[in-house]
Design a binder for this molecule. Structure first.
Ligand SMILES: Nc1ncnc2c1ncn2[C@@H]1O[C@H](COP(=O)(O)OP(=O)(O)OP(=O)(O)O)[C@@H](O)[C@H]1O
Ligand SMILES: [Mg+2]
Length: 363
C-alpha cells in the first residue's frame, strides 16, 4: 500500500479494454480519480459502467490496460487485496443476521476481535444515522435503511475507496434524493474516494465532483458537472446530459474548434453558433441549444421567426413547444415570476440566444 497518505485513495484506470465475445464492453478507457474525490460513471444501459467498476474491484480481469490504486498496480490482484468497499444496487445483507452482525461481518473475516468489532460496527451504524436499529433483522428495515446498512458494512473496515453500483435505483424518488445528499455528506465526513455508477444524469450532476460519461464502452467526456452541461464535447454528451434542442443544417466554410460559425438550417434560415469540435465544410451539422437558453420575445414589426404550438405550465416554469419557419421543432423554457413574455399557443414569436450557447457538432 505504498505512497504517501494523500495518495492512498487515488485510482487510475489506464487503457482499459474488456471484451465479452464480439462485444467491446470497455473500449480503451483511461481515467484518474484523486484521493477523496467523488467520481460518477454515467451512461446508458450497456455502456460499460459496471464492467469498469468490476475491473477496479478485481471481479473482472481486463483484456488490456492497467488498474492502479494508491499508486500501486493491482490489475491482477484478487478483490480482497485491494481494500475497497462495495455497495450494489440490490440489498445484499445476510437476512439471518442482525444489522450489527451484518456490519461486523467484514471485520470478523479480517480476524478483528469481538470487542473491537462491536465498537466499530456501532460507530459505522451511527455514521449512517441508524444507531438505534442494530438489533433488527434486515427484513425489519425499509429499503433506504437497508442501503444505509450496506454502506455501513462497506465502510466499517475503513477502505480507501468506496465503489457503488446504482445503490439508490431501487428506492422511490423522495428517498433517493434524500440518500443522495446523505451519501455526499458521509463521503465528505470520512474523506473517502467514491466511484459511483448511475444512469441517472441528475444523480450524477448533483452528487459528483466529476462525471465520466460513457457510451458503447468509450469514454465520451470527463469533467465537472458544470463543464458537461455547459460545454459538452460530443453530440452524445449534449443529448444525454440535460435536455437539449438539436437543429440540423450545413456549413459553407470549415471551422476550428471554438470558432463562431453561421449554420445554414435545413428548413431555411441561419443560426449563429460556436463550433464545439473542428467542423468540415459542406458536412452535416447538428447544433445543440438548451431550452432554458432560448429567449422567447414578442414578434416585432418584422414578423415572427417561430410559432408557439403548445404551452405547458409546470408551476416553476412554462415549457413552450415551438415550430421554426423551416419546420424545426424546438422547446423553450420560460421561468415563472421573472416577468418574461409568456406567449400563448398560436402566437408568433421571435427567438434569441447567445451564440456561445448554441454548440455545433459534426452530425
Ligand atoms: N459477463 C458478461 N458476459 C457477456 N457480456 C457481458 C457480460 N457482462 C457485461 N456484458 C456486456 O458488456 C456490455 C457492458 O455491460 P455493463 O454491465 O458494463 O453495462 P452497464 O453500463 O453497467 O449497463 P446497466 O446500466 O444496464 O447496468 C453490455 O453489452 C453487456 O451485455
Ligand atoms: Mg450496470
Amino acid at each position: 500500500m505504498g505512497g504517501p497518505d494523500g495518495m492512498q485513495g487515488r485510482v487510475a484506470v489506464q487503457g482499459l479494454v474488456k471484451r465479452f465475445g464480439p462485444v467491446n464492453a470497455v473500449d480503451h478507457v483511461s481515467l484518474e480519480v484523486s484521493s477523496g474525490e467523488f467520481l460518477a460513471l454515467l451512461g446508458p444501459s450497456g455502456s460499460g459502467k459496471t464492467t469498469i467498476l468490476m475491473a477496479i474491484a478485481g471481479f473482472e480481469y481486463p483484456d488490456e490496460g492497467r488498474i492502479l490504486i494508491g499508486g500501486e498496480e493491482v490489475t491482477w490482484a484478487p478483490p480482497n487485496r485491494r481494500n475497497l468497499g462495495m455497495v450494489f444496487q440490490r440489498y445484499t445483507l445476510f437476512p439471518h443476521m442482525s444489522v450489527l452482525e451484518n456490519i461486523a461481518f467484514p471485520l470478523k473475516m479480517r480476524g478483528v476481535g469481538r470487542a473491537e468489532r462491536e465498537e466499530r460496527a456501532r460507530a459505522a451504524l451511527a455514521t449512517v444515522r441508524l444507531g438505534q436499529m442494530g438489533g433488527r433483522k434486515p427484513a425489519q428495515l425499509s429499503g433506504g435503511q437497508q442501503q444505509r446498512v450496506a454502506i455501513a458494512r462497506a465502510i466499517v473496515y475503513r477502505p480507501r475507496v468506496l465503489l457503488m453500483d446504482e445503490p439508490l435505483s431501487a428506492l422511490d424518488k423522495n428517498l433517493r434524493e434524500e440518500m443522495q445528499i446523505e451519501i455526499k455528506h458521509l463521503q465528505r465526513e470520512i474523506g473517502i474516494t467514491v466511484i459511483f455508477v448511475t444512469h441517472d444524469q441528475t444523480e450524477a450532476l448533483t452528487m459528483a465532483d466529476r462525471v465520466a460519461v460513457l457510451d458503447h464502452g468509450r469514454l465520451q467526456q470527463l469533467g465537472a458537472p458544470r463543464e458537461l452541461y455547459e460545454a459538452p464535447e460530443t453530440v452524445f454528451v449534449a443529448g444525454f446530459v440535460g435536455e437539449t434542442n438539436f437543429c440540423e443544417g450545413r456549413l459553407a466554410r470549415p471551422a476550428a474548434r471554438g470558432e463562431a460559425v453561421m449554420v445554414a438550417l435545413d428548413g431555411g434560415g441561419t443560426m449563429p453558433a460556436i463550433a464545439a469540435q473542428a467542423l468540415p465544410a459542406g458536412g452535416r451539422i447538428k447544433v445543440a441549444l438548451r431550452p432554458e437558453r432560448l429567449r422567447v420575445l414578442p414578434a416585432d414589426g418584422e414578423g415572427g421567426t417561430a410559432r408557439v404550438t403548445e404551452a405547458i405550465y409546470a408551476g416553476n416554469a412554462t415549457t413552450l413547444m415551438l415550430e421554426g419557419q423551416g419546420g424545426q421543432r424546438l422547446r423553450a423554457r420560460v421561468p415563472a415570476g421573472a416577468g418574461l413574455h409568456e406567449p400563448r399557443p398560436g402566437e408568433a414569436v421571435r427567438l434569441s440566444w447567445q451564440p456561445a450557447d448554441a454548440r455545433a457538432f459534426p452530425a
